[in-house]
Every structure is written in C-alpha cells, then in structure tokens.
Design a protein around this ligand. Structure first.
Ligand SMILES: [Fe+2]
Length: 352
C-alpha cells in the first residue's frame, strides 16, 4: 500500500480502502479502479493523501468485493433524494443572501455524471413533483441531469459535462430574487409582473458572478437560457450564433422538463406531445441540431412502453424512426400503427 497525494494519482490505480467524504457518505469504494474523472473528483475534495494498492499488493484479491463502485439505476432514487437535499439547502441559502457554497453540489454533479456515463436510461425515473415550492428543487435537478445527458449525446468531454451540470442546476437561481406572488401566480402575469419575471436570467447571472466560483461558460448559459434562435427570447433578444451553446442546451432541457410536469397553471403533457413541440420549435426558436440530437436520444427511452391512444386503445411502442424520432410505431390490438403517416390517432399517455 502507498499513500499518495491527489496530484500523484494516475488512472488505473486501485483504492486500498473505502473513501468516505466529509459528510460520511461512501464516495468511492475499496478496489475502485481510478479514472481521469474520479481523480478529478478526489482533487476537487482537496484530500491530502489517498491510500492506493501498489504493484506488489496487486496479488491481494478480494473476489467477494466489487472491483468498481457503480451507481446503478437501482439506487437512483437514493441518489436523487440526496441531490434533492443538497439542492434545497443550496437554493434556500442563496434565497436568504448567503454565499454560494459549492461543496455539496460539486459531489452531486459528479454523481450525476457517473450515473449518466454508466447508463443514460434514467429519464423515465426523473421525479416530477406538483407542489410549487418543491418544483423549483426537482426542476433544477432534472434540468441538470437532462443537460448533462444532452452534453453526453453531443460527445462533450467530462470537463464540459461538469460545467453543463452546474448550468442546469443553477439556470433558474435568479428566481430567488423574484417575489413568490409572481412565481406562484396561477393566472397570467400582467405586464409589470412579466417584466420582473423576465429579469431572472440576469439576477441569476449576477448571483453567480458575485460569488465568483463558476466559469464564464456557466454564467453565459444561465444568462441565455431563455434566448431563442429567432430573437424572440429574453432578456437580451440575441439570435442564433450570439447565443452561448450552454444556453441553447439548457433551453431544451428546461422546456422538456417543464412541459412534462404539472404546474399550478397547467397540466403536464405526454412525452411525445412535448417531443413534437420541441421538433416544431426547432424550425424557429430552438437550435435545430441540438434539438435533433436531444429528440433522437430521449425518445429511445420510450421504446417498449405501453401507451394509451386517443381512441381508447392501449398499445406498445415497438419502434422509433431515427430520422423521425417523434413518430413511433405502436402495436395496438394486433394492428401496427405508424405515426409517421397521418393516421389521425395520437398518444395521450405513457402508462408504463
Ligand atoms: Fe428560467
């Protein structure tokens, strides 16, 4: 065994013992084979020394132990609930004017990346909470996960996935400065209220800039997540190439999660209707390439799901065309229904 400084760690080395973080949670298990990603995470925690297995102890085998700590989809709920706690504390602390402390969220984003690199089939498990207060926290988590997922599908390196995760989780942090009567108003906002609401990307940018702990890419993504390709967005009314890529990515993740969730002023919509909406918007307000990558990635999750149709029948999604990801083929009561043709039927609900 050897004790090494974090900067001496190399990919392929094995941890000699469980690595517990400062909050007492298992961070990396004994026997974990270090990767560039896990070494980055250890360095972020600023731990002075790490015990690793040296070549001459490589003979020691623990066949009953896992050789790699994996966050699989089975413990996703636990990961999600931990993230909820971290995000709630973080947003609430910013709301009362405290400094932004990234310690907890840094680890949460690292766990999200592990989870997504291991298995991206997590979208159907995202929690969609109805209560107005809790929605803010769950929406921030969901947008962070979806933003990392889009980054993965765009082949972004891990360093960028981390920044995208921060952009997703902080995209609406500026809403902390918007009065709750406006945020939770069930009716349409009047002109004055709407003008205050439209400032939340600027408020968010200023909160992050003042705290000076996140990169400029993250700040630009937060500032521009409501900008639109055709200039119809806010607060800057920027057009396509003026909009930071992170803003374009978060815009799609934000719309998808918001439309899939019940809100005080409207009911959630079925996934294929949401996908269709994003596909339509890719001709004017959303980035067409990122929209296509997102739709091809996201609709795959629904192959095999049972669906209820607007004619009352129940069927199963059996195929998604890569070039037409919002038009599945459904098998219902022995009949193949190809939604890429105008058959006058729609999917009203995914039922499992
Ligand atoms: Fe927003």
């Amino acid at each position: 065994m050897a004790y090494l400084k974090a900067e001496e760690l190399k990919p392929g080395m094995k941890l000699k013992s469980d690595f517990i973080n400062e909050r007492g949670r298992l961070f990396l298990a004994e026997g974990t084979v270090l990767t560039d990603h896990s070494i980055d995470r250890i360095r972020e925690l600023m731990v002075p020394y790490i015990s690793v297995v040296q070549d001459n102890d490589m003979e020691e085998r623990h066949p009953e132990k896992k050789t790699q700590y994996e966050i699989n989809t089975e413990n996703f709920i636990k990961v999600y609930n931990d993230a909820h706690q971290v995000v709630k504390e973080l947003i609430d602390s910013v709301r009362v004017g405290k400094r932004l402390d990234l310690d907890g969220i840094r680890e949460t984003i690292g766990v999200f990346i592990d989870l997504i690199l291991d298995d991206d089939n997590i979208v159907p498990k995202l929690q969609r909470i109805h209560m107005a207060d809790e929605y803010t926290y769950y929406h921030s988590i969901n947008v962070s996960i979806l933003t990392i997922l889009i980054g993965k599908w765009l082949n972004k390196p891990i360093k960028e996935l981390r920044k995208l995760g921060y952009t997703g989780v902080f995209h609406d942090i500026g809403k902390c400065r918007v009065p709750s009567e406006i945020l939770n108003k069930p009716d349409n906002l009047d002109a004055k209220e709407w003008s205050i609401m439209k400032e939340h990307p600027v408020y968010g940018y200023n909160i992050l800039r003042k705290n000076n702990v996140l990169s400029n890419d993250v700040l630009m993504g937060v500032l521009m997540h409501h900008e639109r390709e055709d200039g119809s967005g806010y607060p800057l009314c920027f057009k396509s190439e003026e909009i930071h890529t992170y803003g374009k990515i978060v815009a799609i993740a934000d719309i998808f999660d918001a439309m899939m969730s019940d809100r005080v002023y409207r009911k959630k919509r079925p996934p294929f209707q949401v996908a269709e909406y994003i596909a339509d918007r890719s001709f004017d307000s959303l980035d067409p390439y990122i929209s296509r990558v997102f739709l091809q990635g996201i609709t795959r999750f629904f192959v095999g799901n049972m669906v209820r149709l607007n004619d009352g029948r129940v069927g199963r999604i059996i195929y998604i065309y890569p070039q037409q990801p919002t038009k599945p083929v459904v098998l219902a009561e022995g009949e193949f229904l190809d939604f890429s043709r105008d058959i006058g039927i729609s999917i009203v609900e995914i039922i499992g």
